[in-house]
Design a protein around this ligand. Structure first.
Ligand code: LLP
Length: 454
């Protein structure tokens, strides 16, 4: 496995059972944990489970706000404008959109559905970046009608469709062209986006297509080519790959300046900053990553004769990932071969990442945090699939039916990739802050699941 590829693909290794609640802990939280009971945002997990049921996604709202602030405060420059746009695919809800808008973030959406949520939440449309390869005509029209600030365009055909839709509707917007800078970062193949044959964007060496897009937009009066975008992958824990991508994109801007005489573009470096899933993970903290990328960009620009008007980043996972917890209730347990199974009341339908990417997580018995590990357990879900294993080998204190099991760092790509497989309803989502819990998304009922059937 490549160095730096953490949180993915190392399921066979053991992991420590107890990890303290991340983020800034209030005194009472610390006290709660001294008693061995996990508190999130000042509320103990048993009362969360009693009030809202399990499985339950719980977000520490203060921790989300802290991450958002760390990004915004550190992604600043005197030399160019900056913007942090939250990548809503990691987790989208209107409550979250309002929270992040309040913290000064823009928003990255990749579909009409994500855009709809942003509109409903009252997000400033000028700060919305509409991504996505193969946007439908309806989505393009919806974005134009809503007045999104930017379309991040993927290919020549999309640019043609965007220009004609904007002309037809008499609407103006800015475009960023997505360039694939060809930087391979250390991460799982499924979430790498920068290989030369990637489905995203136009490969940096494919100058003919890039020039074609620039020519179309130069000739159009509604869509302005504001700049370029690149994104190299996700759950990347080291700064070097991002720096390489930045350096490559600045070199690219220098070429464009030389060949077309244009300068002062906006540049988005995408998202992809890794988080901590298991003890061995050592991601660069988001604030630090943001600060060092801005410095790197300033220095690289200084050395070239290129200027940029704005630098944009789009973190998703790093904003919400570690702020999210999933609480499960342990049901039946059994020994099968040499495995000690713990069955929980959810599974791959609320967290597909272990099955899809061999992603690793850390768990604990949420009310036995101070007890010593007594056994190795295989934490499996209730979905009808052998691969429905959340954690293959968890060292935990002696577990009993009815115990609460918490899986840490499930805030990104958990709810957003959840399914109704086996007609399990999607869990509820709760935000907790200063000792108060509020229901943000209610649990899906059986009736909800059949409500679309005509
Ligand atoms: N910007 C663009 C253009 C992206 O494609 C993505 C993620 C992001 C920003 C945000 O990346 P983040 O900061 O969240 O890493 N389902 C996978 C992750 C897929 C990421 C797709 N694009 C997972 O569960 O690991």
């Amino acid at each position: 496995m490549a160095a730096g590829m953490t949180g993915l693909g190392k399921r066979d290794k053991g992991k420590s059972a107890v990890r303290t609640c991340s983020g800034s802990k209030k005194d009472e939280e610390e006290k709660g944990e001294e008693m061995g009971v996990l508190k999130i945002g000042g509320v103990d997990c048993r009362s969360l489970a009693e009030q809202f049921g399990t499985p339950l996604y719980v977000y520490d709202e203060g921790r989300i706000a802290e991450q958002a602030r760390a990004a915004v405060e550190n992604f600043r420059s005197e030399k160019f404008e900056t913007e942090v746009a939250y990548a809503s695919k990691a987790f989208s809800s209107k409550a979250l959109f309002r929270l992040l808008s309040g913290e000064g973030l823009g928003l990255d959406v990749v579909s009409g559905g994500e855009l709809y949520g942003a509109m409903e939440a009252g997000v400033d449309m000028k700060r919305v970046y509409f991504h996505g390869n193969n946007k439908s005509n309806e989505e393009i029209e919806m974005g134009l009608e809503a007045g999104v600030g930017y379309f991040v365009v993927d290919n020549v055909m999309e640019v043609d469709r965007l220009v004609s839709a904007a002309g037809g509707a008499g609407k103006k917007a800015k475009a960023l062209l997505r360039i694939n800078p060809g930087i391979s970062a250390h991460t799982h193949e499924y979430i790498m986006t920068s290989k030369p044959d990637s489905k995203f964007g136009i490969y940096i060496e494919n100058r003919a297509q890039i020039e074609q897009v620039m020519d179309i937009l130069d000739a159009d009066e509604n869509i302005e080519l504001a700049g370029f975008h690149s994104h190299i992958g996700s759950q990347i824990v080291e700064a070097e790959s991002f720096e390489k991508a930045l350096g490559t994109m600045i070199g690219f801007l220098a070429d464009i300046k030389a060949s077309r005489g244009v300068d002062g573009f906006e540049l988005s470096i995408g998202g992809g900053f890794g988080i901590k899933y298991v003890e061995e993970d050592r991601p660069v903290p988001l604030g630090q990553m943001c600060a060092s990328l801005v410095r790197y960009a300033e220095e690289a620009l200084e050395k070239s004769d290129v200027t940029i008007s704005k630098l944009i980043t789009e973190p998703g996972r790093a904003v919400v990932g570690e702020a999210g917890y999933t609480l499960y209730t342990i049901g039946d347990m059994k020994k099968s071969g040499d495995k000690n199974y713990i069955f929980v009341d959810g599974g791959m339908s609320d967290n597909i990442r272990p099955a899809l990417y061999s992603a690793e997580y850390t768990c604990a018995l949420a009310e036995k945090l101070t007890e010593k590990p007594a056994a190795s357990y295989c934490i499996a879900g209730k979905n009808c699939e052998s691969g429905d294993v959340l954690i293959a080998d968890a060292k935990l204190p002696e577990a009993k039916t009815g115990d609460l099991l918490v899986v840490y760092s499930t805030g990104a790509y958990g709810y957003s990739m959840a399914s109704n497989y086996n007609r399990l309803g999607r869990p509820a989502v709760v935000f907790v802050r200063d000792g108060k819990a509020r229901l943000v998304i209610r649990r899906e009922t059986y009736a909800d699941q059949y409500s679309l059937e005509v």
